[in-house]
Ligand binder design. Structure first.
Ligand code: FMN
Ligand code: SF4
Ligand code: SF4
Length: 246
């Protein structure tokens, strides 16, 4: 069973690793065609939908499997994500057979998950994933699910790109030039010229800001603090770097 994933703070990678030993990074995998009897996609929900990079992957890569499933990791709501995936798969003559959301701490520092809720979500993760895994191993189908009736996706993206675009990303004097952000960025959007510089190929995964050991990255007016700092506790920066290497 192949599982494709994209991740910023590590939630989707943690879930993908529990579901299969064959996890493939959407940010680094070759385009083309993949075949298996079961293929999964694990992704973080962005603005009630799938990340652009996952959309591009499903447009450019053919998935040959009779059973295709998806998990959206999110802070609360998957919105239209599964409908988008199903529509893209249908263009390939496939469909989304099974889908589920898993609520985990929020990677976006604008929406902090309070500490007791964080622990509760992480405590529930293992059992939730295990029950999901037994469903996909049995190749159970389920109905497509959406959990917001209104579509604010475009407004939310407009706000993110306006306030967190490359012009608005910067580092403070706390930056020591260690290069972790550059190596961890899944889209190679960061160059290191003494200090990091940000390009325009950003997926807004918040990985750089969350994994920076000095908490030195600022997006617009947002800087990280104890309550917004979050990376999945099962993962280390070194693993993220290795997995994001092209
Ligand atoms: C730009 C951005 C937009 C997000 N939008 C949503 C959203 O619409 N709904 C939601 O429940 N969580 C949202 N989140 C939270 C993430 O989906 C959630 O924290 C996810 O598990 C992060 O996965 P990762 O650790 O694999 O990157 C958003 C996070 C980011 C960075
Ligand atoms: S990870 Fe943080 S400290 Fe290291 S280079 Fe990037 S911004 Fe600077
Ligand atoms: S620049 Fe930061 S937020 Fe943008 S894709 Fe790279 S790691 Fe993610």
């Amino acid at each position: 069973m192949k599982v494709f994933y994209f991740t910023g703070s590590g939630n989707s990678l943690s879930v993908a690793k529990q579901l299969s030993e064959e996890v493939i990074n959407i940010a680094t995998c070759a385009q083309g065609e993949y075949s298996d009897d079961s293929i999964g996609i694990v992704f973080p929900v962005y603005c009630y939908d799938i990340p652009f990079i996952v959309r591009d992957f499903l447009t450019s890569t053919k998935l040959n499997a009779p059973y295709i499933w998806a998990v959206g990791t999110c802070g609360s709501s998957v919105g239209y994500s599964f409908y988008t995936i199903d529509a893209l798969l249908r263009k390939q003559g496939r469909k989304l057979s099974y889908s589920k959301k898993i609520v985990l701490p929020d990677s976006c520092i604008a929406f902090k998950t309070p500490s007791p809720a964080k622990e509760k979500m992480l405590d529930a993760e293992k059992d939730t994933v295990a029950s999901f895994k037994s469903d996909v191993i049995a190749k159970k189908p389920n109905a497509l699910f959406k959990d917001k009736l209104f579509r604010i996706n475009r407004i939310a993206w407009w706000a993110i790109k306006t306030f967190f675009g490359s012009k608005h990303k910067r580092v403070t004097d706390a930056c020591n030039g260690c290069g972790i952000c550059q190596k961890i960025c899944p889209t190679n959007n960061i160059t290191l010229e003494g200090k990091p510089a940000f390009g325009d190929n950003c997926e807004y995964c918040f990985g750089c800001i969350q994994w920076c050991p000095q908490r030195a990255i600022v997006f617009g007016k947002l800087s990280i603090d104890d309550s917004s700092k979050y990376t999945h506790p099962s993962l280390k920066a070194s693993e993220m770097i290795t997995r994001n290497k092209k």
